[in-house]
Ligand binder design. Structure first.
Ligand code: ADP
Ligand code: ADP
Length: 222
């Protein structure tokens, strides 16, 4: 489902990726684990077409997504790290807008929004402005916008960062639930996150994938 090969990315003199290659077959929930600055976001931004690598290839379902965020966005649901939302918009209106941007046909829009709202537990905040929401609800809105067009693949960049413990449990449960029917790549710098959510872990350090293992193997190795 995801195939990336030999990705490098330099920002000026800084080398963010030094040759990242991996494949993710359909159905896996994969944790992308590494410290801050390891290159997780850069890899995910390349997959979502927002950042162009210096070299290497990236395919989703066999389709080249490099430099093409429009094509990529149709194929994946993407929750960016800073979860940019329109602060002054009501949740309901924002989801309408996002469905439009994601190319959901008008006739399907109501049903898709209803379904995403239900899955993400947003029923009680539809009439609120996004700026009134807690961080946990903001992340749910971010995940809801990512699944509106029913992509098979979700790319979630640090989905629980900055949340309190209760919110973390809720978002992890939601991701586990989505992982039953979708392929998921989620980044984190927290080992327990991949242990509670993922079937496979890729460890990235200093722009390189340094391990590819099951969460169980990983915890016994430590
Ligand atoms: P992670 O998501 O693992 O924290 P990133 O992919 O965000 O890592 O960053 C990898 C490296 O690239 C870091 O050293 C970071 O400072 C650098 N970097 C990321 N984005 C930019 C940018 N727009 N300009 C310059 N350097 C960047
Ligand atoms: P672009 O490649 O120009 O960002 P997109 O199709 O990705 O085009 O986005 C179209 C619109 O959606 C833009 O107005 C952009 O600001 C907005 N947008 C992008 N990302 C998000 C997001 N995560 N949530 C809400 N709106 C977004």
């Amino acid at each position: 489902m995801i195939r990336i090969e030999g990705l490098t990315k330099s920002y000026g003199n800084a080398l963010a990726l030094r040759g990242v290659s991996f494949e993710v077959p359909r159905g896996q929930v994969v944790g992308f684990l590494g410290p801050n600055g390891a290159g997780k976001s850069t890899t995910m931004k390349i997959l979502s077409g927002f950042v162009t690598p210096t070299s290497g290839t990236a395919h989703i379902n066999g389709i080249d997504v490099i430099g093409d965020s429009v094509v990529s966005r149709r194929l994946i649901g993407y929750l960016p790290e800073n979860n940019p939302l329109y602060e002054e918009m009501m949740v309901r209106d924002y989801l309408e807008f996002a469905a439009d941007v994601r190319g959901v046909p008008r006739i399907r829009r109501k049903e898709r929004i209803r379904s995403a709202v239900e899955r993400c537990g947003l029923g009680s905040v539809l009439g609120k402005d996004i700026q009134q929401l807690s961080k946990g609800y903001r992340q749910r809105v971010g995940i809801a916008q990512a699944i509106l067009h029913e992509p098979d693949l979700l790319i979630l960049d640090e989905p629980t960062s900055g949340l309190d413990p209760n919110q973390i449990v809720e978002i992890r449960n939601l991701i586990r639930d989505l992982g039953r029917e979708k392929t998921v790549l989620l980044s984190t710098h927290i080992l327990s996150e991949v242990q509670s959510t993922c079937s496979r872990v890729l460890i990235i350090s200093d722009g390189r994938v340094v391990a590819d293992d099951s969460p169980e193997q990983l915890s016994t190795a430590q």
